[in-house]
Design a protein around this ligand. Structure first.
Ligand code: SF4
Length: 66
């Protein structure tokens, strides 16, 4: 259970600052090598069913549920 970030990401960092679980890493730490932010599946809880902080703040609509 985790959201993912797609190629619409503009590396603004808004999502990483909002995540209560520190589940989002920046483009330099993206394990896929893509130059976009990345959600760590083992840390994201989809905000336990509440409003997802990262999706709310993303200006690019780049964060999605699977
Ligand atoms: S859905 Fe919530 S827990 Fe998951 S990455 Fe976004 S802010 Fe973090």
């Amino acid at each position: 259970m985790a959201v993912f970030i797609n190629e619409e990401c503009i590396n603004c960092a808004a999502c990483a600052d909002e995540c209560p679980n520190m589940a989002i890493v920046d483009n330099d730490k993206n394990p896929s090598g893509a130059d976009i932010f990345f959600v760590l599946e083992n840390k994201c809880t989809e905000c336990d069913g509440g409003e997802m902080a990262c999706i709310s703040v993303c200006p690019s609509d780049a964060i999605h549920k699977r």
